[in-house]
Structures are given as C-alpha cells and as structure tokens.
Design a protein around this ligand. Sequence first.
Ligand SMILES: Cc1cc2nc3c(=O)[nH]c(=O)nc-3n(C[C@H](O)[C@H](O)[C@H](O)COP(=O)(O)OP(=O)(O)OC[C@H]3O[C@@H](n4cnc5c(N)ncnc54)[C@H](O)[C@@H]3O)c2cc1C
Length: 361
Amino acid sequence: MPITQDVRSVGLDGPFRPTRREKGLTMSTTTGFESDELPGTTVDAVVVGGGAAGLNGALMLARSRRSVVVIDSGTPRNAPADGVHGLLGHDGVPPAELLRAGRAEVRRYGGRIVAGEVTAAAPAAFSAEGDPRFTIELADGTVAHTRRLLIATGLRDQLPDVPGLAPHWGSGVVHCPYCHGWEVRDEPIGVLAVGPASVHHALLFRQLTADLVYFTRGTDLDDNTRDRFAARDIRVVDTPVTEVVSAGAGITGVRLADGQVVPRRVIAVATTMLARTAGLDGLGLPMEDLPNGMGRRFVTGPAGTTAIPGVWVAGNATDLTAQVGASAAAGAMAGAHMNADLATADTDTALAAVRRGATAA
Ligand SMILES: Cc1cc2nc3c(=O)[nH]c(=O)nc-3n(C[C@H](O)[C@H](O)[C@H](O)COP(=O)(O)OP(=O)(O)OC[C@H]3O[C@@H](n4cnc5c(N)ncnc54)[C@H](O)[C@@H]3O)c2cc1C
C-alpha cells in the first residue's frame, strides 16, 4: 500500500493535534495539589502513591473509619495525556481532574493527602499484641508511622532508544490502543517494533487505521506473520530506523538508515514497564521480571497481598497492563482487605485485653 498520503485531520472533537511535548524521557509532568499535615500519631494505613489505585484504596479505608494518609509525589503515569479514555462515566476527563475529585472524596471521610515523596520505608517493631508497624520517611525529613501499608506507586514507561521519540510521548507517540487509539484513528501510524509483543500491537492498531507501517528494527518477523500482515495491508519496513522526524510540535516521519523518510503522523510503540520502587527497598518486597522484556513488577497475591505481612500493592506497580478503571478497582479491593485485616487485629487485641483483665481480677 502507498505510504505517502495526505494527512487526514480527524479526532474526537476536531482535528488531531499532537498537543504537548514531554519534558523528559518517560517522566510524567507534575500535578501539584494542596497538602494536608502529616499526623504525629501512628495511623491505621499509609498509602504511598495517590493515583487511581492509591486514592481508591484510601477511600475504602477512610469510609471504614480508618485513619489513612496518602503520600503522593504528584507524577501520575498518564499526566501527559489530555484525557482518561475508556473509563465508564468519565470518558475523556483530564487526568488531573479525576485525581482532584478523588482527593476531595478521600478528604470528605477524613483521609489526609500529603504532597511529598517517600524516600524510605521499613518494618518497625511489632506492637506488644503482635500487630505490624512501619516507618515511612519523606524527602523533607518528616516521618510517618503506620499499622498497614498500601503501595500504589505506579510504573515508569521506558521507551526504546530512538532519537526524536521521547519528546512526543503521550501525544504523537502512543502505546495503548484503548487509551488513545480512537484519537489517532485513520492517521498514518508507524509501529516501532521492540519484540514479539509488537506483532499483536500492530494488529490492534490496524483496527484503528488502514495506513499502518511496521518497522521491524532488527526484530524477528517470520514468513507466516509477514503473510498475515500483507493480508491486512500492513507494510513491513526492515531497513533500520535512525530517528523520528518532527516539524513544530508534530511528528512528520520516520527516517531510515538509507536516508529515506517514511511519512508518519503517529508512532505506536510498546514500552518496557517498570514498577516504581524508589524509597521502598527497605520493605523487602519480592519482585519479578515479566517475559519478552515487558517489564518488572511487585509480586502480589489475591487482593494485593504480599509476602510481607501488613503490606499490600495495587495498580500498575503490580499489574503493569491495568488501565485507570482496573487500577482503581484493585486499590479498592486492597483497601477493603486491609480494613478486614485491621478488624481482625483490633478484635485480637481487645480479646487479649479482656483476658488479661480476667487473669488480673
Ligand atoms: C500516556 C498515557 C495515557 C494513558 N491513558 C489512559 C487512558 O486514556 N485510560 C486509561 O484507563 N488508562 C490510561 N493510561 C494508563 C494509566 O496511566 C494507568 O492505568 C494509571 O495511571 C495507573 O494508576 P496507578 O494509581 O497504579 O498509578 P499512577 O497513576 O501512576 O499513580 C502513582 C502515583 O504514585 C506516586 N508515587 C510514586 N512513587 C512515589 C513515592 N516514592 N512517594 C510518593 N509518591 C509516589 C506518583 O507520583 C503517582 O502520583 C495511560 C497511560 C499513559 C502512559
């Protein structure tokens, strides 16, 4: 199929425009918000990370009359995006607006949201009754003490090292057909292959545009897959890619090693997804690498439980492919599970006190 064509300007609310340039490689832009005070007492739960997962976990805990503090550094993964898509009842809401509403909901039930970055977290001595305790240190030197911990730090997307790619992350460079596929429909899209997962990626983006070019970038593509691509009019380019070419704020093409520029408006690329672990090493949470360079995540069991009693993980930090709805749901599930665990611990403590009293009498 021809790879040169007029760029059709289409979009949900008007022409498709690559809107923003990211400031740094895969770093989300900072979302500022007003901070609550960190309480001086031991709280029932500290949530590290105030994205969809952390806030929904905190909401369940706060509504269960648990003292809960969310500590959030304000750099959610989808910050470069203009809207959250595919989230029933909120499709297209700006990411910052969704989080603003979530913070207000948590605060409505007495939860606190502290702007800050956790730089150290570690188990502390158990209570006399055997209840877990944790100490959390923030970058400003303040310290929080808690009975339970929900890790909801999200992940970092690592892009392949192709010059010119990173500045367009979240606008002209997309990874998720469900997040921004509709917005780039019918555009000339180029898939920059990173491995076997890119084949599946290409088929999903073919559903969104008839003008798709697959740049193999040295990855294997067997004859059967080439036939399948040809049957769907997906053009394959094996010549190495040297850079993504831009004009103004928008992508105009992909330059090849032979100097040719293949006109493209949008690049689809699978990222390596790495759970955000900074400041959390002291917890000793098990992690695992996923196959085909997909990424690295915290290992969890049902409802986000971990091998460390008293610590749960929810959202992208453990489920690398979860979108906002699934991340929020996982946070809610973890929050409910934490409340149940606390209810059992509170009852154990009360019973021990009653029995001590009976023995003393
Ligand atoms: C460009 C782009 C567009 C996307 N568009 C969509 C979309 O349209 N629809 C959709 O459903 N999904 C979309 N997603 C996916 C979406 O971003 C994730 O599903 C969602 O952000 C996961 O929520 P989370 O709470 O797990 O993590 P995050 O939203 O990333 O939140 C994690 C929070 O933890 C904080 N944090 C991390 N470490 C620390 C620390 N040490 N101390 C304190 N705070 C910390 C961060 O600052 C951040 O605020 C998109 C992703 C990208 C990259």
